[in-house]
Write a protein that binds this ligand. Structure first.
Ligand code: ZN
Length: 161
């Protein structure tokens, strides 16, 4: 065996050990399927004998591409307390999830303001551009943009300019 191949084998073993150690560090939580939602109970996962515990699960955020962990504890809470559907996984890291939440709150706030406007005050509403900008950010988070409101705002802008 050449020295190079030996080194390669050693570093491969090191990586394998590292991966095994990472597996051991993963937290595990018991799975109580009786607490699942009805739709989760109708899923394949309900019958699956291999789905019998929650294990820390790493994923890559679809917005910022950072690696995040959906912890075993958070999974238990999500599926057994919040009753989310069992096949629903996380796609955003915590930071991006909170900025999406802020975006949703912002848009809801603008909608409330808009509902209180009358035909004449609509012309001078100072938040139209900010609202439009917020709506256009949704696809970056893997969410659908509300095209109906975007169109309405664009019409409003072109009519008032
Ligand atoms: Zn992220």
């Amino acid at each position: 065996m050449t020295v190079g191949a030996d080194m390669d084998k050693k570093s491969k073993n090191k990586l394998r050990k590292k991966a095994a150690a990472a597996e051991l560090r993963k937290n595990i939580e018991p799975m109580d399927k009786v607490n699942w939602s009805d739709s989760s109970k109708n899923s394949y996962a309900y019958e699956s004998p291999v789905r019998n515990a929650y294990i820390d699960s790493a994923y890559r955020c679809t917005k910022c591409h950072q690696v995040a962990v959906f912890s075993a504890k958070a999974q238990k809470y999500t599926y057994e307390v919040k009753k989310s559907y069992i096949c629903q996984y996380r796609t955003l890291c915590p930071e991006c999830y909170y900025s999406l939440k802020n975006l949703v709150n912002m848009v809801n706030g603008f909608e409330e303001l808009w509902a209180k406007e009358n035909e004449s005050t609509k012309h001078t509403a100072p938040y139209i551009i900010e609202w439009l900008d917020a709506l256009q950010q949704f696809p970056k988070y893997g969410k659908k943009a509300n095209q109906a409101i975007i169109n309405m705002l664009n019409n409003h802008i072109s009519k008032n300019s």
